[in-house]
Design a protein around this ligand. Structure first.
Ligand SMILES: [Zn+2]
Length: 311
């Protein structure tokens, strides 16, 4: 993200988010866009049919390459892998709930979600935009198998759509984040539709699966009827915000106690040293995992808690 982009963000957040303390660095959606007035998994009839948008299940763990002393049970990440990335081992995520807390509908208004209702000690990690394409991050994810959900914006990924395919192949879904990252509430209804439908079309073509989730840049406009209508017209069936924003070494919280809660959705970005004051993507991500681990949480897959539209 270049400086121009960040400056624009600062203006956006300063204007819109007076209620949120201390917006510092951070970018897309930093601050309070994460939504105070979320509807947590409202809506809808039954049904958890597998549907377009569901990622393929992660491939079975391959034969352990580690030495016997670091071998772990099937499906577990070996201690040596955590040590390699200087991250304390996270517990395995609990089994996905049979009854998904969020049930998406095929038609009608889409819910706005910034956390998932669950008692599991899990949080969900989302990674936005797609500017940084660090091969080391692919390696890290292959080693640690931490589930992520990617909200990709075409301007930042169009120079290398392929970068994200190994992450997708590991079971991580790719979701909609507009073509050009505008502040949606400043755009006409037609422009908002073009932003959402355009990214939907590109992502569907490039990755073979239609996104079912949409995140507006900066969280802006999430609760407006105009944006809700645009999302409905383009295919995604929920607007996803967040509770915490990962910066460089720690998270910015929306609650005064600065503690993760079960089901929180965390916003982070594909960012590198230019935007992270010299830190790499893998260093930032390792710090994020450490902050999660030290609060007694682990990371679960967001898609496992959301039932796509039945039928
Ligand atoms: Zn963004």
């Amino acid at each position: 993200m270049n400086w121009d982009h960040r400056s624009r963000l600062t203006a956006v957040t300063a204007g819109a988010l007076a209620l949120v303390a201390a917006v510092t660095v951070s970018g897309c959606g930093s601050g309070g866009g994460g939504g105070t007035a979320d509807a947590k998994g409202t809506a809808a009839p039954q049904g958890a049919a597998p549907a377009a948008g569901s990622p393929a299940p992660p491939p079975a763990a391959s034969a352990p390459a580690a030495s016997p002393s670091t071998a772990a049970p099937a499906g577990q990440v070996p201690a040596a892998a955590w040590a390699k990335w200087n991250v304390p081992p996270l517990p395995a995520a609990p089994p996905p709930p049979a009854d998904k807390p969020v049930k998406l509908t095929k038609t009608g208004q889409v819910p706005v979600i910034s956390n998932i209702t669950t008692t599991d000690k899990v949080v969900f990690v989302t990674l936005d935009d797609g500017a940084e394409k660090d091969p080391k991050f692919i390696e890290m994810m292959n080693d640690l198998k931490v589930p992520i959900t990617m909200f990709l914006m075409n301007d930042t990924i169009k120079d290398d759509y392929g970068y994200f395919k190994p992450l997708q192949a590991a079971g991580n879904s790719i979701q909609n984040h507009t073509l050009h990252h505008p502040q949606m509430s400043t755009k006409s209804a037609a422009e908002q539709k073009s932003e959402v439908c355009g990214d939907q079309q590109v992502l569907t073509q490039q990755y073979g699966t239609a996104p079912i989730l949409f995140r507006p840049p900066y969280g802006d406009g999430a609760h407006t009827p105009t944006l809700n209508t645009a999302v409905q017209q383009c295919g995604p069936r929920a607007i996803v915000l967040w509770r915490e924003t990962m910066q460089i070494h720690d998270m910015q919280y929306q609650t005064a106690d600065k503690k993760l809660k079960p089901g929180d959705i965390i916003l982070a970005h594909f960012r590198g040293p230019t935007d992270l004051k010299g830190e790499t993507m893998t260093q930032m991500f390792g710090e994020l995992l450490s902050r999660i681990q030290e609060q007694g949480f682990t990371v679960a897959r967001l898609d496992d808690y959301i039932a796509p539209p039945a039928g």
